[in-house]
Design a protein around this ligand. Structure first.
Ligand code: SF4
Length: 330
């Protein structure tokens, strides 16, 4: 049985809104942006969990909290059993930064245009004093670039980011993460800024690195198709909560929540016989400051019942480790 690396329990992150003079005079209760509102999941060694949802659903905030980069309002996050935010605040912060790494969406922004590839990948080794000798550092950087598919590595060491393609830049970003030999990786939309032709290559690279190094990966995406390709587990987020979660194969072959069904319906199928009717959601995502009552999805849900605006749905088990929160299942 694989070891659990990351545990997230009832994570909430609320951002209070400054009230201004009139708010203070009215003494009304403080309003908050409900970025993440009670999210729980766990990740085992060598496992990939895809956090899927529209922009503003709270995926990135969840990822940042798991790295100790954002302080949760409530809830527990543990990496190898240790409270992440306490590690981030204390003397073990450096060790946390070594163990838990992040790959950002935009490889153009992630790299310093004044640093060569060598300087970008060697920097974390120097900061964390992971290799004392210059020759050892060069060896580790070369191995990381090779691992990330930049071959031969010697051809890339002295290049600047502007001399590389988008895919090559993302490989450099991945090399600077894996050079630290991390335990846990947050990959936040790592392929969404790349050409379609190279997205599969980067996803395959993440899969290979996961297999070779047994890294636990939180893969954040709005694209259910890429989640289906890469992840063993899927959690679908809507307005700060997980509405459906479980083994990727089960969730994607038999979605139960109307929101997951709508996301699935827009994935193109190469087989015309198996094309599904697109479910187009009405309206915009509601304001995370003023959340809808009852089920948060009810203003846009094509299957809403009259009771959906009053009753908050609880998770129902719909298969082995597969759960969804919808009144239609109760
Ligand atoms: Fe739709 Fe009601 Fe289910 Fe919410 S609880 S997803 S509104 S059917």
């Amino acid at each position: 049985m694989s070891k659990t690396v990351l545990e997230v329990e009832n994570l909430r992150k609320l951002y209070p809104i400054p009230r201004g003079l009139f708010g203070v005079l009215r003494r009304d209760s403080q309003q908050c942006v409900h970025a993440v509102d009670g999210v729980s999941f766990s990740l085992k060694r060598g496992e990939i969990l895809a956090l899927v949802g529209e922009s503003g659903s709270g995926k990135t905030t969840t990822g940042l909290c798991t790295l100790g980069l954002v302080e949760p309002t409530e809830g527990e996050i543990r990496l190898e059993g240790q409270a992440v935010f306490e590690l981030a605040q204390g003397s073990q912060c450096k060790e946390l930064r070594r163990k838990a790494q992040m790959i950002f969406q935009d490889p153009y922004e992630s790299l310093n245009p004044r640093q060569t590839v060598y300087q970008a990948v060697v920097e974390p080794l120097k900061v964390h004093r992971l290799a004392a000798e210059r020759s050892e550092r060069r060896e580790k950087v070369t191995a990381a670039l090779d691992d990330a598919g930049l071959k031969p590595p010697a051809d890339y060491l002295q290049r600047y980011p502007q001399e590389l393609s988008g895919g090559q830049r993302q490989r450099v970003v991945i090399a600077s993460a894996v050079v630290m030999n991390p335990l846990y990786l947050v990959a936040d939309e790592p392929v969404s800024m790349l050409d379609v032709s190279i997205r599969a290559e980067i996803l395959n690279l993440l899969l290979r690195l996961r297999d070779e190094h047994q890294i636990a990966v939180l893969y954040i995406t709005h694209d259910l198709a890429s989640a289906a390709y890469i992840a063993e587990q899927v959690a679908v987020m809507y307005l700060g909560i997980i509405v459906e979660k479980g083994p990727a194969r089960q969730v994607l072959s038999n979605p139960q929540h109307p929101y997951t069904k709508s996301l699935m319906s827009v994935i193109p199928s190469p087989n015309p016989q198996r094309r599904k009717k697109r479910i187009v959601l009405k309206g915009e995502t509601p304001n995370p400051i003023d959340l809808p009552s009852g089920c948060r999805f009810h203003p846009r849900c094509p299957e809403a019942l009259p009771s959906c605006s009053q009753v908050v749905p609880q998770y129902q088990s719909v298969g082995e480790d597969h759960q969804a929160a919808c009144l239609l299942l109760e």
